[in-house]
Design a protein around this ligand. Sequence first.
Ligand code: 3AM
Length: 177
Amino acid sequence: MRLFVGLDFAWETKQILASLAGGVPGARWVPPENYHLTLRFIGEVPAHRAEEIDLALATLYARAFPLVLAGVGTFSKGGQENALWVGVEKNPALEALRNKVETALQRVGCEPERRRFTPHVSLARLRDAAEGKLAAFVQSHNLFRAGPLPVEHFVLFSSRLGKEASVYTPEVEYALH
Ligand code: 3AM
């Protein structure tokens, strides 16, 4: 199974995010049901590893917290913008949760995550997006803000890569306290 750990959002929040989509030719918009915030990408693991991972996450104790989505931005690779996302207001509780997830996963043998944690909710994948339209999108949605949203769970998702879009399935929900 291909796994990652993340936050899921309420239907209402997904609707608000979906209202941002549009107006950037060359963007492949993420289907609203797929909106999530990745805490930790795990990757392909055999079933017995998935069980160990589940156990490690189930024994993790962390606090529930409020989350504010704010602003939009892009990631680029090799000078090419490849992702468009909604950002998150600075959030020490989110960072603490992410660190606990990281520790729990390393304890069951996952390789340490080398990438810096840049919390975001992906709105679109980009390939040769119209530069001016992209800049205009970012500028016009820079003041976007949603929340505070109560975060009371985190989720182990499985991901099946599809032709059009991946299918993300929440496999296990873990309560925050
Ligand atoms: O949360 P977002 O949408 O930015 O791009 C994948 C997606 O990111 C990312 O994990 C999230 C859930 O699938 N992802 C896919 N392959 C990855 C990899 N090898 C990866 N992240 C890190 N390393």
